[in-house]
Design a binder for this molecule. Structure first.
Ligand SMILES: Nc1ncnc2c1ncn2[C@@H]1O[C@H](COP(=O)(O)OP(=O)(O)OP(=O)(O)O)[C@@H](O)[C@H]1O
Ligand SMILES: [Mg+2]
Length: 311
């Protein structure tokens, strides 16, 4: 059994909007992330994917719940040194590689920011050597070090963002739609780079996406979110071959098929949350329908999913 790197337990992030409104962006999600895996997180716009990532990495304080990293509570009371150590272990890559890179800083300074904060280089020379090495690692080169972000293409900027994240030698990277803003032709290159880095450095990824084709390619397991809840979680292969939650089925039915003939006859399934009809005493929770295949459901639905699976 693989080792758990993160345990997310009943995590909630509720935002107060105005005087009397509350958005339950993340509303009680529970899942583990194993060492060395890529966990994909999908769901339509506004379902809470980014908020989940941001809360895990402590950009927000959690409204409720726990995040354990190597067994240690990320959100508990911490000294500044402990917080700094966490910041080093968890890094984030963002969707828009332009907005997330300071336009006034050279690539070298952008990449070395974490090295400076955490005192990872003993001298200026060592710092620059580290920057050059990181540039090579992400498929750029020395000559790029003294240039500014605007001189690069979208794909190259994302490589700079990746180098910046790697600079502090993290164990875990949250990638929030890292390829959505890139040309399709560049997307695979960045994903392949991320895969290569994962193999070489034993990294663990939380890969947030709303494009279901790319996420299948990169993820070992995939979680599906709907309105702040995780509704299904299983291996990538299993999710696509045996989706059980009606929302997952609807999401998958929206993927265009490569074969024109099947695409012409593709049936889109719409999801109607009213199909669930939960009553007050229904215990609705993540239940393991098959080993490693979790679905958010009541006991009655659980029995139904099991039957469905057998037939
Ligand atoms: N800082 C905030 N304050 C108030 N509401 C917020 C905040 N951040 C997010 N929300 C709301 O929380 C919900 C979830 O947003 P989130 O950005 O996590 O969704 P997402 O799944 O990442 O969507 P997308 O695919 O568009 O990136 C949305 O209704 C959003 O408007
Ligand atoms: Mg988002």
């Amino acid at each position: 059994m693989a080792e758990k790197l993160l345990e997310i337990k009943n995590l909630k992030q509720h935002f107060n909007v105005g005087k009397s409104n509350m958005v339950k962006a993340v509303d009680g999600i529970t899942f583990d992330i194993y060492k060395g895996e890529t966990l994909g997180l999908v769901g339509e716009s506004g379902c809470g994917k980014s908020t989940t990532g941001r809360t895990i990495i402590r950009l927000y304080n959690a409204t409720d719940g726990q995040v354990l990293f190597n067994g240690e509570n990320v959100h508990g009371k911490k000294s500044n040194n402990q917080l700094k150590a966490f910041n080093r272990k968890m890094q984030m890559i963002f969707q828009d590689p332009y907005a997330s890179l300071n336009p006034r800083m050279t690539v070298a300074d952008i990449i070395a920011e974490g090295i400076d904060i955490h005192g990872l280089a003993k001298s200026k020379t060592e710092r620059m050597e580290r920057v050059y090495e990181l540039l090579e690692t992400v498929g750029l080169n020395k000559e790029h070090a003294n240039r500014y972000p605007h001189e690069f293409s979208g794909g190259q900027r994302q490589r700079i963002g990746i180098a910046r994240a790697l600079a502090v030698e993290p164990e875990f990277i949250i990638a929030d739609e890292p390829i959505s803003a890139l040309d399709v032709s560049i997307q695979a290159q960045v994903v392949n780079l991320m895969k290569k880095l994962q193999r070489e450095k034993g990294l663990t990824y939380l890969f947030i996406a709303h494009d279901l084709s790319m996420v299948k390619y990169i993820s070992d397991r995939i979680g599906v979110m709907y309105f702040g809840k995780l509704v299904e979680l299983t291996t990538a292969e299993e999710l696509y071959s045996n989706p059980l939650h009606p929302y997952t089925q609807s999401l998958l039915s929206a993927i265009p098929l490569p074969d024109p003939e099947s695409e012409r006859t593709r049936q889109r399934k719409t999801y109607d949350p009213a199909v669930h009809q939960y009553s007050a005493d229904d215990k609705v929770e993540m239940r393991e329908v098959r080993p490693g295949h979790f679905v958010y459901c009541s006991e009655k639905e659980f029995a139904q999913y099991q039957k469905e699976y057998k037939s």
